[in-house]
Design a protein around this ligand. Structure first.
Ligand code: DX5
Ligand code: ZN
Length: 243
C-alpha cells in the first residue's frame, strides 16, 4: 500500500503542467556601449557572467537608427574574446541578408521581427535556414503587435521576444501594458505544452525586473542599467533575481 502511495505522488507530479520554474537568464544589451571603451567594457561584462550578450542590430529602415557596422564589429570582437553565447536581435527589414552575416559568428540564437515580414512562406524559409545551421530561432513582437500574430509559428521556433519598449534605442521606460501580453503568452504556451523561451526587452532595470520575471519570462534583456552600473556583476544578479 505504501509503495502505491509513493507512485501516486510521482504520477501526480509528472502530470502537472510544465509551467516555468527555472532561473531567469540575463542577456546584456551592448547597444549603448561607447566605441572608445568597448573592449574594456566587454571584458568587464564577461566577468559579470550574463547568460548572453544581446546584440541589437538596426538598419535605419525598420527603425530610425543604423548601427549595422558597429554591431557587426562588436559582435565579432565578442565572439573572439568571450565564450558567452550571442543572442542576436535583428531590427531590420532585410532579415535574410543580415542574418547571413551573423550566422558566420555562430550565435546561440537569432531573433527577427514579425512586423518586418508579411508573408508566412518567407518566415518558414528563414526558420528552415536557421534550423539547418544549428541556430535557435526567435521571433520578436513590438508593443502593439498581438500574440495572435506569432501563434502559427510557436511550434517551430525556440524563443519569442516581447518588446517592452518601442524598438529603436536603449534607455527607454518600460511600457507596463506589455507585461499583460507576456502573461497571456505564458499561459498560452503552458496550456498548449509548447516549450519555448519568452524573452522581454527594453526598460528592464532594478525597479522593473521583478515584475517582468513574475509575468513569466525566461530571458531578460537589460542594457543601460547594467552598462551604467558600477558593479556589473551585482547588476546582472539584480536582473536575474539572485541578489
Ligand atoms: C531596443 C533594444 C533593447 C534595448 C535594451 O530597441 O532592442 O535591447 O536597447 O536596453 P535598455 O535596457 O537600455 O532598455
Ligand atoms: Zn534588443
Amino acid at each position: 500500500a505504501q509503495e502505491s502511495r509513493g507512485l501516486g505522488d510521482v504520477y501526480k507530479r509528472q502530470t502537472l503542467k510544465c509551467s516555468k520554474n527555472k532561473m531567469t537568464d540575463v542577456a546584456v544589451s551592448i547597444l549603448t556601449v561607447e566605441q572608445e571603451e568597448a573592449t574594456h567594457v566587454f571584458y568587464n561584462l564577461e566577468t559579470a557572467r550574463p547568460e548572453y550578450f544581446h546584440i541589437d542590430v538596426m538598419d535605419g529602415k525598420f527603425v530610425e537608427n543604423n548601427n549595422l557596422e558597429l554591431m557587426k564589429d562588436y559582435a565579432t570582437t565578442i565572439s573572439h574574446i568571450s565564450n558567452i553565447p550571442l543572442d542576436v536581435h535583428l531590427m531590420v527589414e532585410n532579415v535574410e541578408e543580415i542574418m547571413d552575416e551573423y550566422m558566420d559568428l555562430l550565435p546561440d540564437r537569432i531573433t527577427f521581427h514579425i512586423e518586418a515580414i508579411s508573408d508566412s512562406e518567407r518566415i518558414f524559409n528563414i526558420i528552415d535556414e536557421l534550423k539547418s545551421n544549428g541556430i535557435k530561432i526567435g521571433i520578436a513582437i513590438k508593443p502593439n503587435t498581438k500574440i495572435e500574430e506569432i501563434k502559427p509559428y510557436l511550434n517551430y521556433i525556440h524563443q519569442v521576444l516581447v518588446m517592452t519598449v518601442e524598438p529603436g534605442k536603449g534607455g527607454q521606460k518600460l511600457i507596463p501594458e506589455t507585461l499583460e501580453k507576456i502573461k497571456e503568452l505564458r499561459s498560452f504556451v503552458d496550456d498548449n505544452g509548447i516549450d519555448i523561451d519568452i524573452e522581454a526587452d527594453g526598460g528592464i532595470n532594478k525597479e522593473t525586473a521583478e515584475d517582468v520575471r513574475n509575468a513569466g519570462t525566461d530571458v531578460l534583456v537589460s542594457g543601460a542599467f547594467i552598462i551604467n552600473s558600477e558593479n556589473q556583476r551585482e547588476a546582472v544578479e539584480i536582473i536575474r533575481g539572485t541578489k
